[in-house]
Design a protein around this ligand. Sequence first.
Ligand code: NAP
Ligand code: ZN
Length: 349
Amino acid sequence: MMNVKAYGAHAGQAPLQPLDITRRTPGAHDVQIDIAFCGVCHSDIHQVRSEWAGTLYPCVPGHEIVGRVSAVGPGVLGFQVGDLVGVGCIVDSCKTCADCHDGLENYCDHMVGTYNGPTPDAPGHTLGGYSQKIVVHERYVLRVRHAESDLAAVAPLLCAGITTYSPLRHWKVGPGHQVGVVGIGGLGHMGIKLAKAMGARVVAFTTSESKRAAARALGADEVVVSRHVDEMAAHAQSLDFILNTVAAPHDLDPFFALLKRDGVMTLVGAPATPHPSPGVFNLITKRRSLAGSMIGGIPETQEMLDFCAQHGIVADIEMIRADQINDAYERMIRGDVKYRFVIDTRTLA
Ligand code: NAP
Ligand code: ZN
């Protein structure tokens, strides 16, 4: 076991604070990573504040991890000390079910999340990337092929990147498609960049007037402020696919009205309380579908990282010290970040 400095909380109502945690000595198939940067996902806020059921404390969030390999177990084949690597939302799964077999560990019933998941390691649940080091089975470690100078901006790809890439691929978004991305936060801004790189025409939907110009700069062909009914109406029945990343419950009907016949809206946002049910006639009259998607499997995460390296795609980030995390959470809740906070975990020392 080794002692590691981390940032986390002892209760849902408590601010995050410095914590001392332990990591296991690498086992035969484990990779030990010195974490350089960790992105700040809205799921971290939902989980650490007990907005979702079942948060275990102490809670150390963080599942957008990048760094360098600092040790490997004797059975590790794919990684060496010094390699640039990433870890996303998954650190274990059953490895035997049909989902694991298909490389869709994200849908395994026994998937272990990077934090708040079951583990024999102390304290009995996994602790995430707001920390100096992590030890992970090599199956769940990703190779980073971007330049090292991009490393901080690669971190958000490990969750925000794969969570938007996977549904865009699953619903076969590409040239000739009109795609709506709703909510221009960490996930949404990656959704715009990835859908553009896949060849689609992208319409961004935001509640924030201040993001109108900024979303164009990300590559959106058009930006709609969704509070403006006339702007929404101008896009009626024009979209093939909508990726909805919003972190709060809201009325889905105005967005369904923008889908063509057979259009699909996929929810990736995971608010603590449900959205109001969409109007049935809004679905049946145009054979529209409502779907959901959760992160992505390990092979697809590697594919996404390689796609981003090839296309020069990284996240737009604002770097913070670990001790700025509580302020960063408040700013995210206000929608005041363009577009992802990334913790320089070296400031934990
Ligand atoms: P984020 O950076 O905070 O962005 C969320 C965006 O949603 C905001 O920037 C804002 O965009 C919009 N929004 C927030 N509150 C809103 C409100 N009350 N009304 C309307 N719009 C609102 O969050 P994120 O990290 O991208 O995560 C987004 C959601 O996805 C979270 O619920 C998170 O837990 C979930 N998530 C799911 C998965 C998955 O596997 N399915 C993975 C990661 C995260 P505008 O300012 O543009 O309106
Ligand atoms: Zn996340």
